[in-house]
Design a protein around this ligand. Structure first.
Ligand SMILES: Nc1ncnc2c1ncn2[C@@H]1O[C@H](COP(=O)(O)OP(=O)(O)OP(=O)(O)O)[C@@H](O)[C@H]1O
Length: 233
């Protein structure tokens, strides 16, 4: 199995903090793996995701994404790698409220040539429509501005935006926290199916302990992290 993400001796502190928030000796995620990341509130889960996505950079150690050592890339190269290879589903979805659901999805590939190439000859709009169809949004809902959609519908738009153009890695930061159980289970199932088809690695953060059985691998941040809890203020 090839490697999607590898961390080696990672250390990260927020500016002004007395001590590191994260100190992770090693972590490897392989291509196509589905991994749940758990940890107490404030333990650094979102921070870790932002380091893997290249939004922030560690002070020491390595973050490798698809064999690229992020520290050796400049900001532009990191942005490009993220746009092409990482789909991010945020807790609050981060959709552009006055743009249609369909446009929110296609925007993901606007600055991601590698993702566009992987559409196998389909136009962006056709590929986004197919994904939104699969995720259960009607054609009229696809044309509606995002702010007029229900939370569950917005979440599926956010998932389609992350999945379009088959990025190597999907990072999902508590994407089901606003859903009831039936919608949550449907959403997880659809996400898994799409990731499996595309051989996409899924790194999924949640506080919801009942989701663990859905994932072949669960990481506890407190076990990965060598920093003492509450030592990071
Ligand atoms: N931009 C920032 N600048 C400074 N400190 C930050 C920043 N973002 C997060 N932190 C601090 O880093 C610590 C970890 O935050 P983070 O959001 O990564 O935790 P989390 O595990 O995702 O929490 P939650 O489960 O509540 O979302 C917290 O103490 C937080 O205050």
């Amino acid at each position: 199995m090839s490697t999607c993400v590898e961390l080696k001796h990672l250390t990260f502190s927020w500016p002004g903090a007395q001590s590191p928030l994260l100190s992770i000796p090693h972590l490897k995620l392989t291509r196509g793996e589905r991994v749940l990341l758990r940890g107490a509130s404030g333990s650094g889960k979102s921070t870790l995701l932002s380091l893997i996505a290249g939004i922030h950079t560690s002070q020491a150690g390595q973050v490798q994404v698809l064999s690229h050592d992020l520290a050796t890339l400049n900001q532009h190269q990191r942005d490009r790698l993220r746009a092409n290879e990482i789909g991010y589903i945020f807790q609050q979805f981060n959709l552009l409220p006055y743009l249609s659901a369909l446009t929110n999805v296609t925007l993901a590939c606007q600055f991601a040539p590698a993702r566009r190439q992987r559409l196998a000859g389909q136009s962006l709009v056709a590929a986004a429509t197919t994904l939104l169809d699969r995720l259960g949004l009607s054609r009229s809902q696809q044309q509606q501005p995002a702010h007029q959609l229900s939370v569950g519908q917005q979440q599926r738009v956010a998932a389609a935006r992350a999945l379009l153009g088959s990025p190597a890695l999907i990072i999902a930061d508590e994407p089901t926290s606003a859903l009831d159980q039936a919608h949550r289970d449907d959403f997880i199932q659809l996400l898994f199916e799409a990731c499996e088809e595309q051989q996409t690695t899924l790194l999924f953060v949640t506080h919801d302990a009942t989701l663990a059985p859905h994932f072949p691998r669960t990481l506890e941040l407190q076990e990965l992290n060598q920093v003492e809890p509450n030592n990071n203020v």
